[in-house]
Design a protein around this ligand. Structure first.
Ligand code: ZN
Ligand code: ZN
Length: 563
């Protein structure tokens, strides 16, 4: 309302009244709808008078606000779109519309590029450049990049910043700390008593494409990889509270704030405070303190999504998550028998370096010619070599495996006589993605029922930046996997991360077992298993939900159920 009224040049007092009300509503710990339900007097909230209270009730009761509809009339919707540009206020939009006839983002961009904005509504060169930056950010929108890519960029930046003596503490926050599969931007949090010095170092980073903001404690730029990095500098005594706040998720924070308030506390990015006649700061230097005050278990960042973890932490019943050291092997890698770069021996050595007891080398099957699929003779050669190598290993085994194509009719890409020879068979769809949901579901289920397949690889087929997940009747697949004791894979390849956390959790809750596989095509790819583990943790998986945590002996037993 405030933005629209200002755009129309309405009474400034009215505009300010809406802004004030909006700000105090944003700062509330409870939903307005809840307050109304409880019959509370909204006028007790700062900035809310009789008139605005009536409007809130109308909006929450009916889903509409007649005053808003009325105010909007006559304003082109594209002009309202201009208000979405970061840093562009209604007054400027109104002036640009009036003086230059600008109606939409494209028009604004064209005018700015021709230097026409200067002089209007006090716009100078810098402000004009900022408007162009804002347009770019708006357009870039919600482009996201794979976790692994963002992680390496963030780690590099972190070590670059940590060198400065002004940095007392440094952490990567945001969705990266929660290990989401894709990342929109990087959040870095620093504790320092010399913020300007830190900011100076930040802005001297060599891979900056564009600086977006430089304040005293808040900086942000776009890297040459087109990724936005936001830096916050806080006082050491608030570091834990700020870390909690900037780690999110947003939903998690909202719920946690509500829990705090119910217990007589207020939490924000500066600390935890006791409510009462005057706010008293109780803590905030460490995240753990805040959880302790709220009488709940520490919630690891991977779980902070408000999917039931807060309730369980209050009861002291958080799930026991799988740990990196529980994982005894990678169950999906490729060798140079198919399209991988490394020999069996090299793969085995890398696996042992990572502390594994076993490694399943699952090369492609015969019809996948583009990926060097193995014919019967090559399968035999590979089998011989694995036998030979396994004789010399101690406490380690290569598993003779195959990633067998599930053909478009649901049949497997080798005859039974070949399939039987493998220690481990992964079924996968690599062609015919355009089939209907029904066909694709049937195809996967017939592989599950085949009696030869141990694991379904990358079950939904998504590949970031290339294709979305295909549609599947996932309930049916879960049921079939359960009935036939087939594992569903969490493919840790950074562009796949498939299954995702939500589907993995749904499968595990029904009792389906899962399997971690990096789908590595070179040695370096094998390190992506760590991201697969965090994905499994985000899916609430424990040690018992994954077959990779089995001892070699137990794994052989499980695999031999199909032989
Ligand atoms: Zn595959
Ligand atoms: Zn593969």
């Amino acid at each position: 309302m405030a933005k629209i009224l200002e755009l129309k040049g309405d009474n400034p007092f009215k505009v300010r009244a809406y802004l004030r009300a909006a700000r105090s509503i944003e700062a509330l710990n409870s939903e307005l709808s809840e307050l109304i339900e409880k019959g509370e007097d909204l006028k007790k909230i700062e900035g809310i008078g009789k008139e605005i209270e009536a409007k809130i009730k109308e909006l929450i009761g009916t889903g509409h606000l007649s005053a808003y509809e009325k105010a909007k009339k006559g304003i082109p919707s594209s002009l309202l779109g201009l208000l979405e540009i970061p840093g562009l206020g209604p007054k400027t939009v109104a002036a640009l519309h009036k003086k230059l006839g600008i109606k939409d983002v494209n028009g604004l961009e064209a005018a700015a590029r021709k230097n026409k904005l200067i002089g209007i509504a006090n716009i100078r060169e810098k402000a004009q450049a900022n408007i162009l930056k804002g347009i770019e950010i708006l357009r870039r929108g919600r482009e996201r990049i794979p976790l692994k890519t963002a992680f390496s960029i963030a780690e590099e930046l972190k070590s670059y910043l940590a060198v400065s003596s002004a940095v007392e503490k440094i952490e990567i926050a945001g969705s990266l700390r929660r290990r989401k599969e894709t990342i929109g931007d990087i959040d870095i949090l620093i504790a320092s008593s010399r913020p300007q010095e830190v900011g100076k170092r930040f802005l001297a980073y060599p891979h900056i494409k564009k600086v977006l903001a430089e304040g005293e404690t808040k900086y942000s730029f776009i890297t040459s990889f087109n990724l936005q990095v936001d830096l916050r500098i806080v006082d050491k005594r608030s570091f834990g509270a700020a870390l909690l706040y900037f780690t999110g998720s947003k939903d998690f924070n909202i719920s946690l704030r509500r829990i705090a308030q119910e217990q007589g506390y207020k939490i924000n990015e500066y600390g935890i405070f006791s409510l009462g006649p005057s706010l008293k700061k109780l803590g905030g230097e460490k995240e753990k303190e805040i959880f302790n005050f709220l009488k709940m278990r520490y919630i690891p960042p991977v779980l902070r999504e408000d999917r039931g973890e807060i309730e369980l932490a209050l009861k002291g019943q958080l799930p026991l998550l799988v740990k990196p050291k529980d994982v005894k092997g990678d169950l999906h890698v490729h060798s140079n028998y198919s399209d991988g770069e490394s020999s069996l021996d090299e793969l085995a050595r890398k696996a042992q370096e990572r502390g594994y007891r076993y490694l399943a080398v699952c090369d492609h099957s015969q019809s996948l010619k583009v990926a060097g699929g193995l014919d019967k003779n090559r399968v035999k050669e590979k089998e011989e070599e694995i036998k030979r190598l396994n004789k010399k290993f101690r406490n380690f085994r290569l598993l003779f495996g195959s990633e067998v194509d599930i053909l478009s009719d649901g049949k497997l890409d080798y005859p039974p006589a070949v399939l039987e020879r493998f220690d481990i068979v992964i079924g996968a769809i690599h062609t015919g993605f355009k089939q209907s949901k029904k066909q694709l579901t049937k195809r996967i289920i017939s592989a599950i029922k085949s009696g030869y397949v141990h694991i379904i690889a990358h079950p939904t087929g998504r590949l970031f930046g290339v294709r979305d997940a295909y549609e599947l009747d996932f309930e049916k697949i879960i049921q079939a996997a359960l009935d036939y004791n087939v594992a569903l894979e969490i493919n840790c390849y950074p562009q796949r991360m498939d299954l995702d956390d939500i589907k993995a959790r749904a499968a595990a809750e029904k009792g389906v077992v899962l399997s971690l596989g990096t789908d590595a095509h070179c040695l370096e790819h094998m390190d992506a298993l760590d991201f697969g583990i965090s994905l499994a943790q985000r899916g609430w998986l424990g040690k018992d939900n994954l077959i990779n945590t089995l001892s070699l002996k137990k794994l052989y037993q499980w695999l031999s159920l199909k032989r």
